[in-house]
Design a binder for this molecule. Structure first.
Ligand code: PEP
Ligand code: MG
Length: 766
């Protein structure tokens, strides 16, 4: 059963379009269940009807013609009830509706199951038989499992707009509708620009289909890759010749034979002749072969599917690195891809990057954090976006609402252009705050610091009037290297940061890798990376890395003395004591080497629940405490900060998170340590009044948020914020808490300065 299910899903996944996907579904399900009919009805939101999209067993003429409203017929009933309907004699059912064009009068038994994706009914999968008999439990379970797996495939196809095309095959094409996809906001703002689709290195699934630069050129690229891979395989085989048994040696011959196979090569070349580029042609051919082998019953042949894919990736690797000429980025580039990485951002020439759209990830992924630091509108987790087809297309992204518009009318474009203008005006107005102090109307002072990682952040931060650095993510300079940076290299990088801000303090966090922050040269493979080896756990296990880093920081601070050292992912006092020992050791070593440095302040991050309950004990060991609300939210709510599926549940205004923030503040004050917060919440202008009222002295944020947060603080009273805090702390609902603060800011006439009006209007465009 499982084998059949897998086979069907794999086959459906490789279908090029919705029509073939649905045809495969009805054919294979009917065959697997040995029924006379299998049909798929999909919900068409335009007409608010279920439409028969594919069938085997009913008359083909009925496709696209049989339509039922939401509560009509047995299909409508399945949709409304959102559960299977299993009948031995369907025509007897009061809801049964007969459509003469289907020829279904001969079928009696009926089993319909809803196709549900993320609580939304996409359609209904139906099987029918002549005999009057109920489908048994096993059959029902099979169809339910099938439908659950197909939902993802269908949502993707639906996203490409193919449902509409298929529904009305005879109708002339309608005027173009605004077409939008929903994700989550990664960084606010509106961007209008041309999409550049990014391909993950050697990922066959994300190679877009596009026109080649010329048949001979593309054929040559492919041919060179084949020669290079063939050579690699021969070399590998030769190297291991004396260590392998002959039957193991033969494996290399299998690979070589695959490359010699005329069929594979000639199919790639024939697609190139049709105008496709070499990478696209290779990807399509490999996927077809892989699919062909993967559904075979013979386990040996099935295994060949893996070999074919592996071969495809090797070829693709050569093709991608062979592509010597750099990507031509348009002047208004919006990076689009399955997963946009920080390196991809770094590669775009200065001034060209307008926006980012990533199918994977959420607002707390590091790429989104970087984008916020750079002030680049970003949408994350846009599941179902047909991104491979967007290369070179003009698109709009609404970073306030997490929406991407791939097709749009001139009216919509005009609307967003107006917002862009309005935003520029807002930035100019907020710019005037740069040199004004951040204090409330009743003279309560608050410090606004910045989070940095790249040198670009530094210049922008100084420009916006930052008073210090609350979090310098040292892993960023580690990430853009291909080996650990040396003590000297690190010292140079850190000194740039310290110097730029001196005499203001710069808080340098020791290396916080693991979780989702991977170094290509230090791979960590774990089932639960966020609960695994990350942050301080790694650096305490590798004192050589920790000591080099801390020494580099101290040496870099010579003559400046504005360094603070911060420890990430602390769960208990033992870790702090151990880290302190190493820090003191580094200090003496640095002094012995002749550097004249002062012992820096040391602090810990509170970002796991265990640390919340030990705030006082931890505070006794250090000089300052800084809350990492990104991880704290993730760990308190048990919601992966990068998982788009649960992004709706990631809520920093959850009462449990707010209770924790309040407790940390109260405990830190009792121990008289400096208290700051450096997670993304600190840069949310909506959160500013409550963090102020809780007693946070320093908010550290990406520099782009600084003017708006300052605007809020300067326009409220401390006493007003305290009263607001008291009101929200008795609520048990994150949404109510958020809108209570929003409403209070609106009544105070502040909201329109931190969020453009047109941005709010864009929410009404559907
Ligand atoms: C945090 O977790 O809130 C934090 C500031 O650290 P990072 O986002 O780098 O994990
Ligand atoms: Mg963190």
């Amino acid at each position: 059963m499982l084998k059949t299910l897998r086979g069907i899903v794999q086959e459906v996944n490789t279908a090029g379009d919705l029509k073939s996907a649905l045809d495969i579904i009805v054919h294979r399900v009917r065959e697997a269940m040995t029924t006379q009919v299998c049909s798929v009805y999909l919900w068409d939101p335009d007409s608010s009807q279920y439409v028969l999209m594919a069938t085997e067993g009913l008359k083909q003429d009925a496709i696209g013609r049989v339509r039922l409203s939401s509560a009509q017929g047995l299909v409508g009933l399945v949709g409304v009830r959102e559960e299977p309907l299993n009948l031995d004699d369907a025509p007897q059912h009061p809801k049964y509706q007969y459509f003469p064009e289907t020829g279904e009068e001969q079928f009696h038994s009926f089993l319909g199951v809803p196709i549900v994706h993320h609580r939304r009914v996409l359609g209904v999968l139906v099987v029918q038989q002549r005999d009057r008999r109920r489908f048994d439990e096993g059959e029902e379970a099979f169809l339910v499992t099938m439908s659950a797996q197909l939902a993802g495939v269908i949502i993707h196809a639906e996203a490409t707009g193919k449902i509409n095309e298929l529904n009305q095959p005879d109708k002339p094409s309608k005027p173009r509708k605004d077409q939008q996809f929903k994700g989550v906001s990664g960084s606010p703002g509106i961007a209008i620009g041309h999409a550049a689709v990014m391909i993950r290195s050697a990922d066959l699934d994300s190679v877009p289909s596009k026109k080649g630069t010329g048949v001979e050129i593309e054929k040559d690229i492919f041919q060179k890759a084949v020669l290079a891979v063939r050579q690699d395989i021969r070399n590998a085989g030769a190297k291991l010749a004396d260590q392998l048994r002959p039957e193991e040696q033969a494996l290399f011959d299998v690979y070589l034979n695959m490359l010699d196979d005329e069929a594979l090569g000639s199919e790639v070349n024939s697609l190139i002749e049709d105008g496709e580029w070499a990478q696209g042609a290779l990807s399509r051919v490999i996927k077809q072969y892989e699919q062909h082998f993967s559904v075979m019953d013979d386990p040996y042949l099935r295994e060949r599917a893996t070999d074919i894919r592996d071969m495809g990736i090797r070829l693709l690797e050569y093709m991608q690195s062979a592509k010597v000429e750099p990507i031509e980025y348009p002047s208004d580039v919006i990076l689009v891809g399955e997963e946009i990485t920080p390196t991809m951002l770094a590669e775009v020439p200065k001034g060209k990057l307008q926006g980012i759209v990533s199918v994977e990830g959420s607002s707390n992924s590091h790429v989104a954090i970087l984008a916020r630091a750079m002030g680049i509108p970003t949408i994350m987790g846009v599941q179902g976006l047909p991104y491979a087809k967007l290369d070179g297309k003009k698109i709009i992204i609404d970073g306030y609402r997490g929406k991407v518009f791939t097709h749009f009318s001139d009216k919509l474009l005009g609307h967003f252009q107006a917002i862009v203008e309005e935003e520029k005006e807002l930035v100019r107005e907020l710019d005037t705050l740069k040199n004004l102090p951040c204090e409330t109307k009743d003279n309560h002072r608050m410090k606004l610091w910045v989070n940095t990682g790249l040198m670009a952040d530094v210049f922008r931060s100084l420009d916006r009037g930052a008073e210090g650095v609350g979090l310098y993510r040292t892993e960023v300079p580690f990430m853009i290297k291909d080996r650990f940076p040396t003590e000297k290299e690190q010292m140079h990088t850190y000194r740039e940061q310290l110097k730029a801000f001196a005499p203001s303090p710069v808080t340098m966090r020791t290396l916080d890798i693991g979780g989702d922050k991977e170094l290509s040269y230090f791979p960590i493979k774990e089932d639960n990376p966020f609960l695994g080896w990350r942050g301080i756990r790694i650096t305490l296990d590798h004192p050589e890395i920790f000591l080099v880093q801390v020494r580099a920081m101290m040496k870099a601070s010579e003559g400046l003395n504005n360094l603070r050292i911060m420890l990430p992912m602390i769960t208990g006092t033992g870790e702090v004591e151990e880290a302190m020992r190493l820090i003191h050791r580094a200090f003496y070593e640095v002094c012995e080497e002749g550097f004249h440095v002062a012992m820096p302040e040391v602090g810990v991050m509170i970002e796991v629940p265990a640390a919340v309950y030990q705030t006082r004990e931890l505070a006794q060991l250090v000089d300052f405490i800084s809350v990492g609300s990104n991880d704290l939210t993730q760990y308190i709510l048990a919601v992966d900060r990068n998982n788009a599926r649960v992004a709706d549940l990631y809520h920093s205004y959850h009462p449990a998170v707010l209770q924790a923030l309040k407790k940390i503040a109260e405990d830190a004050h009792m121990e008289d340590v400096t208290l700051s917060i450096c997670g993304e919440l600190a840069g949310d202008p909506i959160a500013a009044p409550i963090l102020l009222a809780m007693g946070y002295e320093i908010l550290s944020m990406n520099s782009a948020s600084l003017p708006k947060v300052k605007y809020v603080v300067r326009n409220i009273k401390y006493s007003w914020a305290q009263e607001l805090l008291a009101r929200i702390m008795i609520s048990d609902c994150p949404e109510v808490i958020y809108s209570t603060i929003e409403l209070a800011l609106e009544e105070a006439g502040i909201l329109s300065f931190i969020r453009p009006q047109a941005g709010i209007m864009s929410n009404q465009i559907n």
